[in-house]
Design a protein around this ligand. Structure first.
Ligand code: FAD
Length: 439
């Protein structure tokens, strides 16, 4: 009898286990709690929300809102739990934290074909298929095993990333395209500053509020990757000799060398997203928006990801996984959740869903299910498996990752709403194919 081993009963692991078990497949679900807890987990329940109780927007014009609706359409356990335990939160979907985890724990425990095994795993148990879903704080023993399996260079323990903005939100009346000393055509978007603009920015940055650093993160080594605010604190001109150096760049419109320049580098293949070069930061998210919007050209920038510097175990998925979260070199092993480089509660759920569904397909002799990149579920699986991505960084779902439909609509909100309608139509078609799969 075929069995799937799911390691880690977090958001991704529970979703994967449910998708398998409801199709009649035997699952062994391994969870190290309550014998062992990560530094952020405290409850005995499965699918613990370790920080905020908000699952973010529930609006279809927002990519994470669309992702939720797609998962609802596909009968996601996590979404059922969220909808049943929601608390008032305006346009967001927030949940009663305890109620949410209890709903999922009870549902999983009530399924006859899920066997729950407590204790830390430091390898992959015998079985037909395995799904590794041990999360951003995977235990040391398991991390060691994963490092052996995928190679040292392909496992990261720390996420230090600069903010990412949408290209269309950059004001090109102020910014200009060029590469330093004219090398590499117009690869960068440059935001030039005069002395006054630089001083305003510098003062705001030096006085900005920092995010709380968790105790277990205080000892982290930053490996030469200094937060931009620390650089500012070293002296007024330090940034002008670092990432904001104005050398080799002439503002063609003024024909002058700027006093300082912030550069943005293309972040995805289709050029819809740009990251701010050298701006890894510890600043609180609202502070990032306030301070970085002072950069000329970024006044109205739409941030799809804020800068972070925190502990986060994740693999270099574009080199390792296919678009069903399966290990390319070993078709019986999937990864799921934040460890694959998706970021966020619902994104982790989505990857658990895709891995679980595809593991089920393998056992039931069905074709693999690849979600197209104009759906939110597919945009994420496409992102983590896109072998052309260099310098892979974990990412929340956002419309910049989509292969959007050609709607011809200019207004962003209306365009997103139309994209959502079309994505959901595709998702319903896929659901028709898989909803009656049963062993
Ligand atoms: P988890 O939910 O962490 O599940 C992994 C499970 O595996 C855990 O139950 C763990 O005990 C178990 N496990 C680990 N190692 C082993 C082992 N060796 N053997 C057996 N079991 C094991 N996202 C948001 O959207 N909003 C937030 O506010 C937010 N805050 C975060 C705060 C922190 C401190 C961290 C680290 C992450 C945060 N995230 C947040 C990111 C992410 O969404 C969550 O971490 C999410 O829970 C990831 O889901 P997961 O299923 O991948 O992992």
């Amino acid at each position: 009898k075929a069995t799937v081993n799911v390691i880690g009963a977090g958001l991704a692991g529970c979703e994967a286990a449910y998708q398998l078990a409801k199709r009649g497949i035997s699952v062994r679900l391994y969870e190290m709690k309550p014998q062992k807890y990560s530094p952020a987990h405290h409850s005995e329940n499965f699918a613990e929300l370790v920080c905020s109780n908000s699952l973010r927007s529930d609006q279809l014009e927002n990519a994470v809102g669309l992702l939720k609706e797609e998962l609802r359409t596909m009968d996601s356990l996590v979404m059922k739990a969220a909808d049943s335990t929601r608390v008032p939160a305006g346009g967001a979907l927030a949940v009663d934290r305890e109620g949410f985890a209890e709903y999922i724990t009870k549902s999983i425990r009530a399924m006859d074909n899920i066997e729950i095994i407590h204790g830390e795993q430091t390898g992959i148990p015998e079985g037909d298929i395995a799904i590794v879903a041990t999360g951003p704080l995977t235990s040391e023993g398991m991390s060691g095993f994963i490092r052996e399996m995928v190679g040292e260079d392909y496992l990261h323990f720390f996420d230090a990333a600069a903010p990412i903005v949408t290209c269309e939100s950059i004001n090109m009346e102020k910014a200009f395209r060029a590469a330093r000393y004219g090398r590499g055509s117009d690869d960068y978007i440059n935001c030039p500053m005069d002395r006054e603009e630089y001083e305003v920015f510098y003062n705001a940055l030096a006085g900005a509020e920092l995010a709380e650093v968790k105790d277990f993160e205080k000892k982290m080594v930053f490996e030469g990757c200094m937060p931009i605010e620390s650089m500012a604190q070293r002296g007024k001109d330090t940034m002008r000799f670092g990432p904001l150096k104005p050398v080799g760049l002439m503002d063609a419109r003024t024909n002058q060398k700027p006093y300082a320049v912030v550069q943005l580098r293309q972040d995805n293949k289709n050029g819809t997203l740009y990251n701010i070069v050298g701006f890894q930061t510890h600043l609180k998210w609202p502070e990032q928006k306030r301070v970085f919007s002072l950069i000329p050209g970024l006044e109205n920038a739409e941030f799809v990801r804020f800068g972070v510097m925190h502990r986060n175990t994740y693999i270099n998925s574009p080199k390792l996984l296919d678009n069903t979260y399966k290990l390319r070199k070993n078709p019986s092993i999937y990864f799921a959740g934040q460890i694959t480089g998706v970021e966020g509660y619902i994104e982790s759920t989505s990857s658990g869903f895709v891995a679980g569904l595809n593991a089920a397909a393998g056992i039931l002799g069905k074709d693999r299910v690849v979600f197209p990149a104009n759906t939110a579920i597919g945009a994420l699986s496409n992102y983590i498996s896109d072998a052309s991505v260099k310098n892979f960084q974990p990412m929340n779902v956002n419309f910049g990752l989509f292969n959007n439909f050609d709607t011809g609509i200019r207004d962003k909100r209306k365009r997103n709403a139309e994209n959502a309608v079309r994505s959901l139509a595709l998702i319903s078609e896929i659901n028709e194919t898989v909803k009656n799969w049963i062993k």
